[in-house]
Design a protein around this ligand. Structure first.
Ligand SMILES: O=C(O)CCC(=O)C(=O)O
Length: 305
């Protein structure tokens, strides 16, 4: 699915495109969901064997099963992000032609997948499970080094299941990409200084499985609390020109499409796994706050916390 000229103009004008449904099919999302279902099942069995969980909750829908397990064993939700799990189905999904066609429409035919790639399992608000949702406004460009400025890095926010308004919905500040990069503060997360948020009208974007939100690196965004009784699963992936820096030089980006040099596309799953192993080894002992400082670009005197 290529973008039309009108959609491209909309993207530049409003800073985002919302496809409420119908971009991805079960054939795209199904293998990723199955991979995570199998992982959660393996973990649940291990927790039962270790005496930390009394019931497997088999037969419950996946999103609900996670919340039931987490009530007893919140660690079920730890380290589920792409960089830790590195599943083969996920690696394949990062090459999904439907995503790459959208990215190519905005960026051109030389595409890399940024290493800033997440899968988030956002629990219901009351859950003790780790909550990885972005609570406060931020711009993706504010979370990378300046080397990555002045290019379109297309963020794609992709729910694995339907996300209604009260289910941990993504919220954007349309037009905020025209206000430049605003000063961010770092305090557990890198977030826009509340005084720097432009007075624009926020927009909630409920999205069904198969839909996605495509947005500009200067778009201010955050997500709303998950008031449902299910885990909100979503991915946020980023695609950009292969020749340009990712803003996280110590993490492995990789080529996913190339018209000029198709042989550079990384199709070797084991190699991807090794690249992450190599990148993560020196980071393993760095506390998260220190890790954030490594990509925080404002002077130390402007930090809070
Ligand atoms: O999914 C969320 O809660 C926030 C996602 C986000 O901040 C992003 O996609 O950059």
């Amino acid at each position: 699915m290529r973008l039309t000229e009108a959609q491209i103009a909309d993207f530049h004008d409003n800073g985002y495109l919302h496809f409420a449904e119908g971009v991805l099919g079960d054939d795209d999302l199904g293998p990723v969901i199955a991979e995570y279902e199998a992982l959660v099942d393996r973990r649940a069995r291990r927790l039962v064997a270790e005496g930390k969980l009394t019931k497997l909750h088999e037969g419950e829908p996946f999103q609900r099963r996670m919340t039931l397990i987490a009530a007893e064993a919140p660690e079920i939700g730890d380290k589920l992000d792409i960089r830790f799990v590195r599943g083969r189905a996920m690696f394949d999904f990062l090459h999904c032609p439907r995503l790459l066609d959208l990215a190519e429409s905005l960026i051109g035919p030389e595409l890399q997948c940024s290493p800033i790639q997440h899968i988030r399992s956002v629990p219901p608000e009351a859950s003790a499970m780790h909550n990885s949702r972005a609570h406060d406004w931020h711009q993706d460009a504010g979370t990378v080094l300046p080397e990555a400025d002045n290019q379109i890095i297309a963020t794609m926010w992709i729910p694995l299941f339907d996300v209604p308004e009260d289910g941990g919905c993504l919220e954007l500040l349309p037009g905020s990409h025209k206000h430049g990069l605003r000063r961010h503060l770092v305090n557990g997360e890198i977030r826009v200084d509340p005084q720097e948020v432009p007075a624009l009208t926020p927009k909630l974007l409920p999205t069904r499985a198969g839909g996605l939100i495509l947005f500009h690196p200067l778009m201010m965004h955050r997500s709303q609390p998950n008031l449902s009784d299910r885990v909100r699963w979503s991915m946020d992936l980023r695609y950009q020109d292969s020749a340009k820096p990712t803003g996280r030089p110590f993490l492995p980006g990789f080529v996913v499409r190339s018209a000029a040099q198709p042989e550079t596309v990384l199709t070797d799953y084991e190699r991807w796994d090794v690249l992450w192993d190599e990148a993560m080894a020196p980071l393993a002992d760095i506390p998260y706050d220190e890790y954030l400082q490594m990509v925080y670009r404002w002077p130390a005197g402007e930090h809070v916390g």
